[in-house]
Ligand binder design. Structure first.
Ligand SMILES: *Cc1c(COP(=O)(O)O)cnc(C)c1O
Length: 423
């Protein structure tokens, strides 16, 4: 069985239309397989060149770069937003590259949350990423609505059921905030069904695309999602703290940003330096201060690669690799894998596979020793993200064989079973 699986893997690599991209990335010394691109994507030569160009422009043009850098710094956020629109399925002016997930969440939550006497609840998943929890609870605190939070819990197998989310949305729900893909388990939610359900119930729905931006296609405009946020340093390889993105549906472009700043101004009047704010016509209105040009530069290179590779082909390869990984793990001998559990649902897989094991932290350390970089999450989760541009099917074979060896020899016992890597 394993032999057949290996043959299938090598056939997949031979037919892979995205194979050449792997050579465009830097792999740290001693790293053979990098499965942590859902936490921090690798640096590509193109992203590096884009940063060098930005530095050169600063060096040679100084203040002139706002008007004649390529693209002009003054328009970089809008231009990149229009390019990124293809990855989120938005109109060009519905997307802007700005801020961080956290700052964009605050901006959009404060803008969209308008509690009424009856309709004032916010529905989110109990396992949401901490920053999403903090943003929502601090918003509710600032509006004296601490009791308006409704959390939806997963079942005992870590699965979050769409029906449970739907049941939590009532005529008292003002806003629903959900992830496209759950950051721990890799479960993909049905965005179409949930967006429709929330909208039909009269609630605003916002999506956190942290774990799907750059690895899955989206249809934000078509679905009539109200708003969305995402970061670009995970599957979009923009580097640590790389500038994030946000989407606001066209139907909401009349809204005044709750947390206004001068870079959200209509560009024609921004330098009139008026005391009253004239917001830009599109999603650009939700920017705040001067855009971080140097932290955005890598995205110029990496976005070009994502668009060239094509998000449909990226998703197809991602599914092929996670399926291969799932099958490989399932084919290992029962006695060695009895404590290992794949918790990502087969019918709803995002970009990564999550497995649990009582010695998860030790297994991660043992994998790293062999040049494989996984991701550890408390208390017992190993996340394995085969980023499509930086991972091959042969890498998956090596990973499964190495994992098998670690489980068979119990080498994880040599490592302390405690906190692994950060973030
Ligand atoms: C990675 C991640 C974040 C990180 O937010 P930042 O503001 O970029 O630090 C937020 N939410 C989710 C779901 C994430 O996976």
């Amino acid at each position: 069985m394993l032999n057949e699986w290996k043959k299938e893997a090598s056939a997949a690599d031979e037919r892979d239309p995205l194979a050449a991209y792997q050579r465009e990335f830097y792999f740290p010394e001693h790293v053979r397989v990098y499965l942590d691109g859902n936490s921090l994507g690798l640096l590509s030569h193109r992203a590096e060149a884009a940063v060098q160009q930005a530095l050169e422009e600063w060096k040679t043009k100084a203040i002139g770069g706002w008007g004649d850098a390529s693209p002009p710094w003054f328009h970089q956020a809008e231009q990149l937003g229009a390019s990124a629109a293809a990855l989120v399925g938005s109109l060009p002016h519905e997307t802007i590259i700005a801020g961080s997930i956290t700052s964009n969440l605050h901006q959009l939550l404060h803008t969209f949350y308008r509690p009424g006497a009856k309709r004032r609840k916010i529905v989110m998943e109990a396992g949401a990423f901490p920053t999403d929890h903090y943003a929502v609870t601090s918003l509710l605190r600032s509006c004296n609505q601490e009791d308006a939070l409704v959390l939806v819990y997963p079942d005992e197998h870590h699965i979050l059921h769409e029906e449970d989310i739907e049941a939590a949305v009532t005529d008292e729900t003002a806003l629903v905030l959900l992830p496209s893909v759950l950051y721990r388990t890799g479960q993909r939610l049905n965005m179409k069904q949930l967006t429709k359900h929330a909208s039909d119930a009269g609630a605003v729905i916002g999506w956190d695309l942290a774990h799907s931006f750059g690895v899955m296609p989206h249809e934000l405009h078509e679905l009539e999602a109200d708003f969305a946020v995402w970061c670009t340093y995970k599957y979009a390889n923009s580097g640590p703290g790389g500038t994030a993105g946000l989407f606001v549906h066209e139907k909401h472009h009349h809204l005044t940003p709750a947390l206004a700043g001068w870079f959200g101004s209509d560009k024609d009047v921004q330098f009139d330096m008026e005391e009253t704010f004239t917001p830009a016509a599109g999603a650009g209105a939700f920017q705040q201060g001067t855009p971080p040009i140097l932290s955005t530069a890598p995205l110029l290179g990496s976005l070009e690669m994502l668009l060239e590779a094509g998000i449909e082909r990226i998703r197809a390869k991602s599914l092929q690799l996670t399926t291969l990984l799932r099958r490989g793990i399932t084919l290992l001998p029962e006695e060695e894998t009895k404590d290992l559990r794949i918790i990502t649902p087969a019918e709803g897989t995002g970009g990564h596979l999550a497995v649990t094991h009582p010695y998860a932290a030790g297994i991660c350390e043992a994998l790293k020793k062999e040049g494989i970089i996984p991701d550890y999450r408390e208390p017992n989760i190993i996340r394995l993200a085969p980023s499509p541009l930086t991972t091959s099917a042969a890498d998956i074979v090596f990973t499964v064989e190495t994992l098998h060896d670690i489980l068979k020899k119990e080498t994880y016992l040599q490592y302390k079973n405690e906190r692994g890597s950060i973030a």
